[in-house]
Design a protein around this ligand. Sequence first.
Ligand code: SF4
Length: 60
Amino acid sequence: MSPRVTEECIGCGLCAELCPDVFELGDDGMAYVKEDASCEDAGCCEEAADSCPTDAIELD
Ligand code: SF4
């Protein structure tokens, strides 16, 4: 499963709070997937995706 943050992100920070092993906020205030992040290991990608207010997180 490889997560992706789309341009719908408004930088609320919720994903980074719920799933800090995978998501982080960049210098521009938008969310990014951390390098080499693994949803399988973190186990919180789906919760982050479900909680995102703009549905900006896609899980393939
Ligand atoms: Fe962006 Fe959604 Fe993460 Fe909020 S939860 S920072 S809108 S991707």
